[in-house]
Ligand binder design. Structure first.
Ligand SMILES: [Zn+2]
Ligand SMILES: [Zn+2]
Length: 473
């Protein structure tokens, strides 16, 4: 069985709201063109999952509307056929979004009887196997969706979730806000309400890199009540990790256990009902693609440039926001009393946010030499001896209080984006905490005009392309 969900870019939702929610109190409609991200195997519920990713909004022109009231809209199909043509040209799936100004969050009997005809039209125009999405937007902003798989009545599957990503991450699903939190999370509900707990329970989060910051992020997300976690790292516990790797013990180093296994075990032992999937791999391995595609949010806690370069692309192609974390400690000259830097950085990678290349965080040359070290270690060693590649330096300094505080900063950014506790302008695309100076900064960087990732919307929500994360023309 396959389950379905929809991810909307915030800018697309804003376009929809402008066109669909008007003072006349009548229904209005628009088309949405979507790309797909298909996982054969969601690691948590072990089913196939298809995420539809918003790529373009096309309003139904007012002059094509035949009739509209507060609970009905009909329009000429010429614009639908034209939108179908655009969808076919790009291999996209078409959706119809209409408003329910009176606030009904369910599909009406009218919708049930009208939509099969439109699905049939879509199949006639774009061929057998063509799907159609249908989405309702209420005046108070609630979204409900379903995916029509066959033209027949009831030939649809409800959307498990409709996500909206941008400055805020919103989840829409049936019954949101109706559940009472488990006792373990009750005190949290006293601060933020039951709806956040319910959202967190449904959330799928992958943590890439399971070292000092990654293990802290994982522990915090588990205690926050995030229901589904995956950990990706190919390293084992080493003696030198024990000072900051949450959940680790000397025995783990002695037995050379994988970091992901040690952290996953510690989370399972909390007994909070968190499903945690440990994956011992490099994030770019094809075996990680389904877990990444299935994730709502990804935390980037790697310290390599190659892994960051990969996630930097993935975030924009798949509309899966990446919260990237980095710690830089520069102890300065020996015996000097003042640190040169003790900086923690949390950066959000998502449409309308500047990418890590344009922020100068990733060094492509170091990323290239890391690729060589991974794929061709002999050549790498030889080149390193000849000083042709940028070699890895000495071990970088790390102190548990700072790696853990940085993890708190990153997780609090997620809470704010889901719940809004920092107010209107509380979201920070890039926050740097100068631990040694006791201050936070928000360094801004403009997207590079020629950056294909963040400089324009060309590949935002492209989803599955061949080759994976490949060029789009
Ligand atoms: Zn309706
Ligand atoms: Zn960029």
């Amino acid at each position: 069985m396959t389950t379905y969900s929809l991810t909307l870019q915030r800018a697309h939702l804003d376009q929809l709201k402008t066109h669909l929610i008007r003072d006349d109190g009548c229904e209005h409609a628009a088309y949405i063109l979507c790309n797909k991200a298909s996982s054969r195997h969601d690691p948590w519920d072990r089913q196939a999952h298809t995420k539809f990713l918003s790529a373009k909004i096309i309003p139904v022109p007012d002059d094509q509307v035949i009739e509209r009231t507060e609970n009905l809209i009909t329009w000429q199909t010429a614009s639908f056929v034209f939108a179908l043509k655009q969808a076919a040209a790009k291999g996209q799936t078409i959706g119809i979004v209409h408003s329910h100004p009176a606030g009904m969050t369910m599909f009406s009997a009218q919708d049930d009887s009208n939509e099969p005809d439109l699905v049939q039209l879509a199949v006639n125009r774009n061929g057998a196997g063509t799907n159609m999405l249908s989405v309702i937007l209420t005046a108070d902003g609630h979204l409900t969706g379903r995916a029509w798989l066959h033209p027949s009545k009831k030939g649809y599957e409800p959307m498990r979730t409709v996500r909206v990503i941008g400055e805020r991450f919103d989840l829409h699903y049936p019954g949101r806000g109706a559940e009472v939190s488990m006792p373990s999370f009750h005190r949290q509900a006293l601060a933020f309400g039951h709806a956040l707990n319910q959202d967190l329970r449904r959330l799928r989060v992958t943590i890439v890199g399971c070292g000092g910051t990654g293990s802290a992020v994982a522990m915090l997300l588990a205690r926050l009540g995030v229901g589904q976690l995956a950990l990706i790292d190919n390293d084992i516990v080493d003696q030198t990790n024990l000072n900051r790797l949450h959940g680790s013990r000397q025995a783990d180093a002695d037995a050379m256990r994988p970091k992901v296994q040690v952290v996953a075990n510690a989370i399972a032992e909390m007994g909070l009902g968190i499903r945690v999937v440990p994956i011992e791999a490099w994030v770019g391995d094809p075996g990680c693609r389904d877990v990444l595609r299935s994730s709502d949010i990804i935390f980037g806690c790697t310290d390599d440039h190659e892994g960051r370069l990969f996630l930097n692309r993935f975030a924009y192609y798949y509309l899966s926001p990446v919260i990237d974390i980095g710690l830089a400690i520069d102890p300065g000259e020996k015996d000097a009393l003042e640190l040169k830097a003790l900086d923690g950085r949390v950066t959000i990678l998502s449409p309308h946010h500047t990418c890590l290349l344009c922020r100068g965080v990733i060094d492509p040359e170091i990323a290239r030499s890391e690729t060589m070290r991974r794929e061709n270690p002999e050549e790498y060693e030889q080149r390193k001896a000849e000083s042709y590649v940028v070699g890895e330096g000495n071990p970088t300094p790390a102190v548990v209080t700072f790696t853990t505080e940085l993890a708190c900063m990153a997780v609090n950014e997620l809470i704010h984006r889901m719940q809004g506790f920092k107010g209107e302008n509380g979201a920070a695309a890039n926050r740097v905490r100068k631990f040694h100076l006791g201050e936070d900064r928000r360094p801004g960087h403009q997207p590079g005009a020629s950056c294909r990732i963040c400089g324009g919307d060309g590949l935002w929500g492209a989803g599955d392309v061949d080759p994976f994360l490949g060029r789009i023309d």
